[in-house]
Design a protein around this ligand. Structure first.
Ligand SMILES: Nc1nc2c(ncn2[C@@H]2O[C@H](COP(=O)(O)OP(=O)(O)O)[C@@H](O)[C@H]2O)c(=O)[nH]1
Ligand SMILES: [Mg+2]
Length: 700
């Protein structure tokens, strides 16, 4: 017997999002326990969470990938999508959020709105997902919910609407007054989640009255007819209130606030009721814009009877089932014969047996109904962010754009001869995680693993070892220095002449060489008139020049940003041949570099650093010490966003440094900006450390 099949009207797809360690996973665990899906309360800090089931997560006590679980509450199926909050894994969260129809933004009340809270809030807003706030950790010291309300208003730019008032605070937090029912709901601190209902304490009546009036007024003002009635009578019927409330919530016009303590299993049932009653069912969803094979926009009506379309929101490798693909059914229902088309890859796939997930546990389910989240094992080529569709259509959900990697590490297998296996293993990891990539550095002949940050790469390397038994050594990648010429030189001769017994080799190329703008690369100009070098040998000269550009005269790094013009030359009717002119070009450029003088260039990254404003001075001082330049600052709530550019060489380990300078509260993104001159005092050091020997021209 398979898992229960629910009607789409009874399904709710909810993502939990927010800053790392705000308690999203704890909230998910409390929900699993209170709905009877688990028999004990899982804890992330003890490695007993259903959601954080990967050993890397248990070791860290924090989520590194999204996880899924379904529960039943009051006859409704709630699909929970628990997302990681860490900056390193944020794109995994974004991919998983594509399965959600509304988002619970979890806020640690003592910490207020943090960097990733804001990021997830805006992401959900952009995706037009209704949002509700859960003020968590109400039991903790410095949990001041009024201050956090104010913080939300200032940083997110929307006045949040409390649906509850807390009873007691910090260690004395015992529960909430529910404004709709005017009941006091309290929980013991033993994690049992047993809710008791009582009367509103006398001392809170005035506060409750005020909050209720605020609620009525806020809801009424979302509807012209309603606000008129409210202003006349100061009353609304329950039905009027409920329907206007739901409409405003679904439209994203209102940001309700619920609260509790997830780790102590307090405040969970009201959140579930809120989601069951107010959360959108898949039948409430508007049409969706997708694209066809040509990339043209097609509007699809999200209904059970539309042609099947599903989107892959997560892929992971399970030790028993192999590759598991989790998908959200966007339109229609899964076909009974399982025949579908991967419309991103143009490949047929077969859905063998559908399952529903609870962490890594899965149960078969007989049907994939419209709106549900289901998983399937052993698809051939399908990845996260692909769409699976009715084979009669070519429709697909527009693929998410992943950012450029922010950090790279050189990896070498610990066991010699594992190189090929290493490539295969990284490919498998990339199936789970599209933000990871592998490149080959031609210059250093090294494999470079690229990802979102230090923690991301560390975890990927741990996974390689655990899942695939491949251990690697890591190194910081070499900084890709470049060289360029300092001034223009003209009429430089490159001459190749070789006479060994029989046929000789002869060619002369006269070159002009000049520096060009930063970032312009290399340009080759043919200025030969009158056949001083026969036409067919001009490409030979260019080839020789290009070969020589691979290693400059100064420290052996590639040479960029110059124009080389071949202006004259000499040839011999018999001895001139391709190889002779290649050698002439190469020698000419080498002589030109010698005469023009060379300088070293180093790459800079553009950074956006978000830090608590009180750390701003330290961070800016540190940027200067790293030879960086601060370009601007922007206050954002209690944080400041610093934009800066910094030499890549100075920020290869910025993540852990920023972490310790800000007590874990800072975060940053970076991308390549430009090449600039290396300061004179550092040139010698870089020359000596260069992995390249500066080649003297090989003798003929
Ligand atoms: N005191 C207290 N601690 C909590 C609460 N919720 C979560 N925690 C703790 O906060 C830490 C992070 O929780 P977790 O659920 O892993 O956070 P996530 O990163 O948002 O998933 C864990 O040590 C939890 O036990 C709460 O309501 N009160
Ligand atoms: Mg978590």
């Amino acid at each position: 017997m398979g898992a229960k099949v629910y009607s789409p009207s009874d399904i709710r797809n909810v993502a939990f999002a927010g800053h790392g360690f705000c308690g999203k996973t704890a909230l998910g665990e409390a929900i699993l326990f209170d709905t009877g899906a688990t028999t004990r309360l899982g804890r992330t800090d003890q490695g007993t969470s259903m959601f954080d089931f990967e050993p890397e997560e248990q070791k860290r006590g924090g989520s590194v990938a999204s996880a899924f679980a379904w529960v039943e509450f009051e006859g409704r199926k709630i699909n929970i999508i628990d997302t990681p909050g860490d900056q390193n894994f944020v794109y995994d969260s974004f991919a998983a959020m594509q399965g959600a129809d509304c988002v619970v933004i979890v806020v640690s009340t003592p910490d207020g709105v943090e960097v990733q809270t804001e990021r997830f809030y805006h992401k959900a807003q952009e995706a037009r997902l209704p949002r509700v706030l859960f003020f968590n950790k109400m039991d903790r010291e410095r949990a001041n919910w009024r201050a956090t309300l104010k913080d939300v208003e200032e940083t997110l730019g929307i006045k949040p609407l409390p649906l509850q008032i807390p009873i007691g605070s910090e260690a004395n937090f015992t529960g909430v007054v529910d404004l709709f029912t005017k009941k006091a709901l309290t929980w013991p601190k033993d994690g049992s989640g047993k809710v008791s209902e009582g009367e509103v304490p006398e001392s809170m009546k005035k506060e409750v009255e005020e909050a209720w009036n605020n609620l009525l007024e806020t809801v009424a003002s979302t509807d012209d007819a309603l606000i008129e009635k409210y202003l006349e009578t100061f009353e609304l019927s329950d039905e009027e209130l409920a329907s206007a409330f739901r409409k405003a919530f679904l439209g994203g016009e209102m940001l309700p606030v619920l609260m509790g303590s997830a780790a102590n299993n307090m405040g969970i049932q009201p959140l579930l009721r809120f989601l069951a009653e107010n959360g959108p069912s898949p039948l409430d969803l508007p049409d969706i814009e997708v694209e066809d094979a040509n990339g043209s926009v097609v509007t699809v009506s999200r209904k059970p009877e539309s042609p099947f379309l599903a989107h892959v929101i997560r892929t992971f490798i399970d030790e028993f089932s192999g590759k598991v693909t989790v998908m959200r059914i966007i339109a229609g229902a899964a076909p009974a014969d399982g025949q579908v088309q991967n419309t991103h890859q143009g490949q047929a796939e077969r859905l063998n047996a559908l399952h529903v997930q609870r962490g890594k546990d899965r149960e078969p389910v007989d049907q994939g109904v419209y709106g549900d989240i289901v998983s399937v094992a052993k698809l051939k080529t399908t990845h996260t962010n692909d769409s699976l569709a009715d084979p009669k259509t070519t429709l697909r959900v527009r693929a998410m754009v992943y950012p450029a990697p922010m950090m790279s590490l050189v990896i070498t297998p610990a066991t010699k001869g594992d190189e090929d296996r290493l490539k295969v293993v990284v490919d498998r990891l990339i199936e789970e995680d599209p933000t990871l990539s592998l490149s080959y550095d031609e210059l250093s002949h090294q494999l470079v693993l690229c990802g979102m940050g230090q923690a991301h790469l560390d975890i990927s390397i741990e996974k390689m070892k655990r899942k695939f038994k491949v251990a690697v050594k890591t190194d910081l990648p070499a900084v890709p220095y470049r060289e360029t010429v300092v001034r223009k030189v003209t009429g430089i001769e490159g001459k190749h002449k070789k006479q060994t017994g029989g046929a000789g080799q002869f060619g002369v190329a006269i070159l002009d060489v000049e520096p060009t703008d930063r970032g312009s690369g290399f340009e080759f100009v043919d200025k030969i008139f009158g056949g001083a070098i026969p036409r067919q040998f001009i490409p030979s000269v260019e080839k020789g020049v290009r070969e020589r550009l691979k290693h400059g005269n100064l420290a052996g790094y590639p040479v960029v940003d110059l124009r080389v013009s071949v202006v004259d030359g000499k040839y011999h009717p018999v001895d001139s041949k391709d190889i002779a002119f290649q050698r002439a070009g190469s020698k000419g450029l080498r002589a030109a570099m010698e005469k023009a003088g060379m300088k070293l260039l180093e790459p800079y990254s553009k950074m956006e650093i978000v830090v608590p404003t009180e750390n701003m001075g330290d961070i800016m001082g540190d940027i200067t010490a790293r030879r960086g330049r601060v370009l601007g600052m922007d206050a954002k709530g209690k944080n400041t966003v610093i934009s800066a550019i910094c030499p890549v060489a100075e920020i290869q380990r910025y993540a852990p440094d920023l972490h310790s300078m800000t007590g874990g509260k800072g975060s940053f993104t970076m991308e390549f900006s430009s090449y600039e001159d290396v300061p004179a005092m550092l040139v010698d050091k870089i020359r000596q450390a260069s992995p390249f020997k500066v080649k003297e021209e090989e003798e003929d």
